[in-house]
Design a protein around this ligand. Structure first.
Ligand code: 0A1
Ligand code: ZN
Length: 872
């Protein structure tokens, strides 16, 4: 790393020049690609009057350069590793530039690269500058025309954004010409060339236009696109109904690629997907993966309006498109599957991952104010916390006003690059509400903590809740202001939910308290008995709640609360109390009896319950979440407490778990929501039962493994076997059989890697080393890195935090190596080490040592930013 430049939001300036038209010609050759660009450039009338043009460009070989057909010589321009400056340009001109690039050598998977023989691009955030010299910033929107030229017969498929104008053969070359009528920033550009097959369908929009839908894959995957196609049509329909948004081009294309740093990319009219987020088949795909495909298809499609038609002015506004689009995909999933379960999943990510990020060295606001490398800011804070911020706005406005506000947003800013403030202003304009305090959610990092206490006055029949808010300091932000926090609550009495009266006003049985001050007290009137408060219903804000529940109160909420999230949350609290007592070496007998008793009641009564919700309620709080509850966590104590509780629950709930497993047997066929719910509960029951050292349960798992007709059940059985220490050769045989059966399905082989490295017993690091040398492992493929390295370091708490510190050093060594090829991946994989501050010294010191060893290496900007911020 030669120099480190920090980019600041405060330094934002409008571009000096605009690019009206972008004409690109790609000549694809074996070994290199020549890119000819012809840019119609004008000076930005709203900007100052610079007389030289500064373009972005990295790792480009410049072949020639001309302004209005006049070739430029060495003195007319200047090139640095990041830029090209063209001196003394006119007001309005055409810049012609020829560059040579080497997609075959591009291992960073940014710009134009090759993935299993096919050419593809990834330009967000700043990859376009590795294709040609350009104003590679989202507020420069241009009309693109793209010509792709290759040897005749080399590729069956040659795609770019928009509509295909012509597809011809001339002098042994195939020439395909594309035009995208919608102006877009360069990060939405895409090109694909390969030998692919295509699944086609049509969608008729609400105004009656026919859209051609195409999903391109390698021939071997042609049978795995039907679910994605159904999901796409569902998403198109949902966006028309929910947001009034109609698709705008005549063609919508999706291409599946094997090597991809992220999940998928919303390029205009030509989405590029990681195969893991688009391919699905009941035999080889789990229910969870099916749901991921549906969600990601929705997400990328929804970007067509929230991101493409209206984009971000600068990358500090990334959450403008990502927060809104995640909120949209989350609602799409909630509408198509179980709303309660989706809310629980979202809350779980926020709590176990986002809260941890927000408490660590990489903490940043939903709208950050500086960065070294923007790729490091595709985070749970920008995406998931950003979505929670939009959700709070939607709830504050209510459905009708929210819809009017988004309509206004889409019409007011169509075709523009705007800011988070612009979005909030539409919410204000429609509702007349003052959202200035609310806007702190965009600028202030850190997780607000709500400390809640209550008192009951029987004589006055009054119940009061006192809420104190506090946000801990984060790097660079020591002073925090009070936020506007919508706290949705209900009160439960012995006979059920109570009517709420505040200031003489009847509020129904559920209300949102607007918490805006450091401390405030709310008084409920006409309360006939001391109630149990049901707090943060529906996870109404991304905050931490501290309220000292009695065990019996938690049990009441678990059994009776009408809010699915709160039932689950109360169960998590009960489990947390049991676990924390164990971790702290305290007696937890009474709590454990209460937990077992509650779970018994739920399981025995599973027929009358939302089965999917019950399945979630069986999960213990994650190790990451438990660690986040401590100033200095002891990872070994956390893992041990969790494993012990799993064993104890299995023993004490044996008949109920087995009963559940058996009675749900005939409800697990097919892909319907009830069948998926039944599978998820049954497989959790099975996993618990395998904590008992009893051959009967191992046989059960073995039988399920052998007889399953779907991947969810087969894989759950494999996992249960591999993850129990008692299974010995049975697990080994199942692993071998699984590999034999699925060795030709890359995505399934990745699951096979993952199940082994997440095993909660034995010397896993040794197993990891072995798998890194397995013939099916490929260190250049991001999915494989995720399946082995990320799965081990993020999902195997006990082994990653082994006292020797060997796993910490292993990760640092791997990152040093991966960083040479793929900086984005390397920086992402580093996350678990950045959490060193969460742990007791014994671990923190070793984690820092690993980070320090990394800081001695030659690092990319990406990894440098994470390492240096972590060691500050
Ligand atoms: N915008 C995409 C995700 C994405 C982001 C960055 C990438 O490269 C650095 C690639 C994809 C989405 O939200 O789906
Ligand atoms: Zn997105």
């Amino acid at each position: 790393m030669s120099t480190t430049t920090v980019t600041y939001l405060a330094d934002y300036r409008a571009p000096e020049f605009l690019i009206e038209k972008t004409h690109l010609t790609f000549k694809l050759h074996e070994g290199y690609t020549d890119v000819n660009s012809q840019l119609t450039i004008v000076r930005n009338p709203h900007s100052t009057h610079a007389d030289h043009l500064v373009l972005h460009g990295e790792q480009l070989e410049l072949l020639s350069l001309a302004v209005d057909e006049h070739p430029l010589g060495a003195g007319d321009y200047q090139i640095t590793p990041q830029n090209m400056t063209v001196h003394n340009v006119p007001e309005h001109f055409i810049l012609q530039c020829k560059t040579r690039i080497y997609p075959e050598k591009n291992t960073a998977l940014e710009g134009l690269y090759r993935s299993s023989g096919m050419y593809c691009t990834q330009c967000e955030a700043e990859g376009f500058r590795k294709i040609t010299y350009y104003l590679d910033r989202p507020d420069v929107m241009s009309e693109f025309e793209t010509v792709i030229i290759a040897e005749e017969g080399a590729f069956s498929t040659m795609l770019s954004n928009g509509n295909c104008l012509s597809d011809t053969v001339y002098a042994g070359k195939r020439i395909v010409h594309w035009h995208d009528p919608f102006k877009k920033p360069s990060y939405l550009f895409a090109l694909v060339a390969g030998n692919l097959v295509c699944l086609e369908d049509h969608f008729s929009t609400q105004s009656g236009r026919q859209v051609l839908l195409q999903i391109y894959t390698e021939a071997k995957d042609s049978d795995k696109c039907h679910f994605a196609m159904r999901s796409l049509k569902k998403a198109m329909c949902w966006d028309e109904q929910t947001y009034g948004r109609e698709y705008d081009l005549d063609r919508f294309m999706i291409v599946a690629v094997d090597d991809f740093n992220m999940g998928a990319m919303e390029n205009k009219g030509l989405n590029i997907f990681n195969t893991s987020c688009v391919l699905a088949h009941p035999a080889s795909t789990t229910d969870a993966a099916f749901q991921r495909v549906e969600r990601v298809i929705g997400h990328e499609y929804f970007h067509n309006w929230s991101g493409n038609r209206i984009t971000c002015r600068d990358w500090f506004q990334l959450s403008l498109k990502e927060g809104l689009t995640v909120y949209r995909d989350s609602e799409f999933s909630a509408d198509t599957n179980s709303r309660a379960v989706k809310r629980i999943e979202d809350a779980n990510v926020i709590r176990s991952v986002q809260f941890v990020e927000d408490a660590g060295p990489m903490a940043h606001p939903v709208r950050p104010d500086s960065y070294i490398e923007i790729s490091n800011f595709y985070t749970v804070t920008i995406y998931e916390k950003g979505a929670e911020v939009v959700r709070m706005l939607a709830n504050i406005l209510g459905p009708e006003q929210y819809r009017r506000a988004t309509d206004l947003y889409f019409s007011r800013f169509d075709g523009q690059a705007v800011t988070c403030d612009d979005f909030v202003q539409c919410m204000e304009a429609v509702s007349g509400k003052d959202l200035r305090q609310f806007c702190l959610w965009y600028s202030q990092a850190g997780t607000p903590q709500l400390h809640i206490s209550d008192s009951y006055d029987a004589a006055r029949q009054q119940y009061s809740l006192t809420v104190r808010q506090h946000t801990p300091a984060t790097p660079g932000q020591t002073e925090k202001q009070a936020l506007h926090i919508p706290l949705k609550i209900a009160l439960y009495g012995s006979k059920g939910v109570l009517a709420l009266v505040i200031d003489g006003q009847n509020k129904g049985t559920e209300t949102v308290l607007d918490i805006c001050q450091d401390q405030q007290t709310i008084i409920f009137e006409q309360v006939a008995e001391n109630p149990v408060p049901s707090l943060l219903r529906g996870f109404s804000a991304p905050v931490k709640i501290f309220y000292a529940y009695q065990l019996a109160q938690l049990q009441q909420l678990i059994l009776l609360d009408s809010d699915g999230f709160c039932r689950w949350d109360a169960m998590q609290s009960l489990m947390r109390i049991v676990l924390c007592n164990a971790i702290d070496g305290k007696d937890n007998h009474a709590e454990q009896i209460m937990l077992v008793d509650t779970l018994k009641q739920l399981l025995a009564d599973h027929a009358s319950m939302d089965v999917a919700l019950l399945a979630c309620m069986l999960d213990l709080p994650s190790e990451q979440y438990l660690a986040s509850l401590y100033d200095k966590a002891n990872p070994t104590a956390i893992s041990q407490a969790r494993t012990q509780l799993q064993q104890q629950l299995a023993i004490q709930l044996q008949p109920e778990l087995l009963g559940c497993y058996q009675t749900l047997q005939d409800k697990i066929q097919g892909l319907s929501a009830p069948a998926m719910a039944a599978r998820s509960l049954r497989n959790r029951a099975l996993a618990y039962l395998l904590h008992i050292n009893d051959a009967r349960y191992r046989n059960l798992a073995q039988l399920q493994f052998a007889q399953a007709n779907n991947m969810t059940d087969q894989f759950a059985a494999l996992r249960a076997l591999v993850h129990t220490e008692h299974a010995g050769s049975t697990a080994q045989e199942a692993l071998q059989a699984f590999y034999q059966q699925w060795q030709h399905e890359t995505l399934v082989v990745n699951m096979w890697f993952q199940v082994q490295v997440t095993r909660p017993w034995g010397n896993v690091l040794q197993a990891v080393h072995k798998l890194l040398n397995h013939a099916a492992f490929d260190a250049r493929n991001p999915n494989k890195l995720r399946a082995v390295i990320a799965a081990f370091t993020n999902q195997n708490f006990a082994s990653f935090h082994d006292r020797s510190g060997k796993a910490y050093q292993f990760l640092a060594d791997q990152i040093a190596d991966i960083d040479q090829r793929n900086p984005q991946m390397a920086a992402r994989l580093l996350t678990p080490l950045t959490h060193w501050h969460q742990f007791i010294d014994e671990h923190a010191i070793l984690m820092r040592k690993a980070l320090e060893s990394l800081s001695q290496c030659e690092l990319s900007k990406d990894v440098y930013e994470v390492v240096s911020k972590s060691l500050m």
